[in-house]
Ligand binder design. Structure first.
Ligand code: HEC
Ligand code: HEC
Ligand code: HEC
Ligand code: HEC
Ligand code: HEC
Ligand code: HEC
Length: 422
């Protein structure tokens, strides 16, 4: 502004026929005063800008900004994140990570997102996976040490059948998570995949990475084993190959869209939905999964649907409240986001998950090995299953899985029948 001002002034003077030489004479009081104002003003201006940019930097890195600035678009991610184990980790710690390079990348892609939001050009739902997600070494591994030895972890899975009496069928499963550092325990078990001593790579042939026909294992001594589904005969383009990391199993650490079956099972176990209501498991999952145009429509339909099925029963009111809350936290009609759009890669019951590779149909080139599923004991031991006393009786060595209603037919995979919904 100073330079422009000077230029305009000189131009005016020249037009008026009196050219002015540029003289700054600090012996003149006026010049000293002007210099004083200029220096003081500049310092103040720089300070305000610095503080301002610091706060705008802080703001654009905040959960508020990422999750709420463009309300509808990020609502599903924001809400599901708030109910995840990472609710206190900020979005940028997983999506940007430290360093200037990714900061700039994120701000550039942010510019496109502002445009897409302003002109309503965004996809509904937001597609998954994120193609240029920063590798887990630079994000997850800032907090999680990949070499940690986790050993065996026992988990309970609470389920109910969709029969008239809502029969419980729960499981206690000991997962052999193991570890990836030979000095802390055997490099074995589920976390074996991420050991630094070898590399597991794969090729997915679909957008959502649900079809994995080709896998390569490279050991520390350079030995390479290729596993390939017999029906996949294409050449492998090295650019499409992905090195397996945390995200290939833990792809929903923050945005957990509860499956309606699991959400209702939890409510039944907690008693927020009364187990005594006949067929309530099947009615509740049905009502949750109808195609509603808005949350408001779903709220009314869930309430009237339950009243209709259990007229005059005073156990309905709390059940309706529980179902409405499940809906609000896991279904987002405005963005068409539900568990169906967001596969979860851990496990193998409702989504292919581990079975994308572990399907007994990935023989190695020499035919000596196969990535297996049939041997259930590779990954876990079922300690107990069923309900009541059966569920209390633990078998440390593991039991064979006793599929409810009908024996499990190993010709099928679990996700051929189970989808997480009714
Ligand atoms: C603990 C790490 C973590 C945190 C914290 C986190 N995310 Fe994510 N986010 C992920 C992972 C992992 C994915 C799935 C990436 C993939 O499969 O490519 C993801 C996916 C997404 C997607 C794509 C849609 C989807 O669900 O796959 C969006 C959008 C997103 N996150 C936004 C956010 C916002 C907004 C926040 C903060 C409110 C946030 N994330 C916090 C890890 C995180
Ligand atoms: C800023 C630190 C931080 C980052 C980054 C982070 N996590 Fe975590 N994570 C935690 C903490 C803390 C916990 C334990 C939460 C608790 O138990 O309350 C946790 C828990 C977990 C758990 C156990 C969840 C459970 O059900 O108990 C998994 C799995 C996990 N993180 C995976 C990831 C993955 C994958 C990423 C990268 C996408 C990631 N984390 C990024 C801090 C982080
Ligand atoms: C092959 C799949 C797979 C990969 C790859 C994987 N995990 Fe896991 N991880 C699991 C399973 C399965 C569990 C058991 C808990 C569960 O089912 O949620 C688990 C448990 C965990 C836990 C909770 C247990 C504990 O000791 O606190 C953390 C944290 C975790 N993983 C972090 C990571 C990180 C970090 C990476 C990447 C370096 C990673 N995992 C890679 C499958 C995997
Ligand atoms: C490649 C490893 C692997 C193999 C092989 C495997 N499982 Fe699993 N299974 C898992 C993991 C991981 C989980 C935990 C998923 C989670 O935490 O959500 C699991 C969970 C389960 C559960 C509890 C699921 C639930 O939601 O209630 C059952 C039941 C089960 N497996 C049965 C079997 C049976 C039967 C076989 C053999 C035919 C088998 N599994 C083979 C990895 C495996
Ligand atoms: C991208 C393909 C891929 C996926 C996905 C995958 N695995 Fe594996 N897994 C492998 C390969 C390859 C081996 C080594 C097979 C061999 O050498 O015979 C293996 C071996 C294992 C082993 C034996 C490790 C040891 O001690 O030698 C376990 C346990 C295991 N996987 C569990 C899981 C679980 C649980 C999941 C899902 C959460 C999973 N895997 C998902 C490729 C995969
Ligand atoms: C041929 C189809 C089919 C296959 C394959 C199958 N299931 Fe099931 N499963 C069913 C049916 C039907 C029910 C009863 C559902 C109900 O009443 O809601 C059921 C119920 C269950 C339940 C208790 C209720 C629930 O919804 O969680 C569990 C746990 C279960 N199956 C686990 C598995 C596992 C693990 C596998 C793979 C090892 C598997 N199933 C394979 C059809 C199948």
């Amino acid at each position: 502004m100073v330079v422009v001002g000077m230029w305009l002034h000189r131009k005016d003077m020249r037009l008026a026929g009196k050219p002015v030489p540029l003289v700054i004479d600090l012996s003149r009081a006026q010049d000293r005063r002007i210099l004083g104002y200029f220096t003081g003003g500049s310092v103040l201006f720089l300070m305000v800008t610095a503080i301002g940019s610091y706060y705008s930097y802080q703001f654009t890195e905040s959960v508020e900004f990422c999750g709420k600035a463009c309300h509808i678009v990020m609502e599903p991610e924001q809400v599901t994140y708030q109910h995840s184990p990472h609710a206190r980790v900020s979005c940028v710690e997983c999506h940007i990570g430290p360093g200037a390079e990714w900061f700039v990348k994120a701000k550039l892609s942010g510019l496109y997102q502002v445009y897409a939001y302003a002109f309503d050009k965004f996809p509904r739902p937001v597609p998954t996976p994120i193609k240029n997600l920063r590798p887990a070494q630079d994000t997850c591994e800032h907090c999680h040490w990949p070499e940690k030895f986790s050993g065996d972890i026992v988990r309970s899975y609470t389920h109910f059948l969709s029969d008239a009496t809502n029969t419980e069928y729960s499981l206690r499963v000991m997962l052999k998570v193991g570890g990836a550092n030979p000095r802390r325990g055997p490099v074995a078990g589920i976390h074996w995949h991420v050991s630094k001593d070898h590399k597991v790579e794969y090729l997915a042939t679909d957008e959502k990475r649900l079809q994995i026909p080709w896998v390569r294992l490279t050991t520390k001594d350079g030995q390479v084993t290729e596993f390939r589904s017999p029906s996949f005969t294409n050449a492998v383009n090295p650019a499409d190959v992905r090195v397996m990391d945390c995200i290939d199993c833990h792809n929903r650490p923050a945005h957990i869209y509860k499956k309606p079956n699991d959400a209702v099972d939890l409510a039944l176990a907690l008693g927020t939905i009364d187990r005594g209501l006949l067929s309530v498991r099947s009615n509740a999952t049905y009502l949750l999964t109808q195609p509603y145009a808005s949350v408001a429509e779903a709220m009314t339909a869930i309430a009237s649907g339950m009243e209709e099925r259990y007229p005059g029963d005073d156990r309905v009111k709390p059940a309706v409240a529980a179902l409405q809350q499940i809906y609000r936290e896991n279904f987002f009609p405005a963005m068409r986001a539900t568990w169906r759009e967001y596969p979860e890669h851990i496990g193998h019951k409702d989504w292919p998950g581990c079975v994308r590779c572990h399907d007994d149909n990935h023989p190695s080139a020499d035919g000596q090995k196969n990535i297996g599923f049939k041997d259930c004991h590779t990954c876990h031991e079922i300690l107990s299953q069923g309900a009541g006393p059966d569920l209390m009786n633990l078998t440390p060595g593991g039991q064979e899985f006793n599929h409810p209603l009908e024996p499990y037919d190993p010709e099928f995979k679990c996700h051929d029948c189970h989808t997480g919904g009714p």
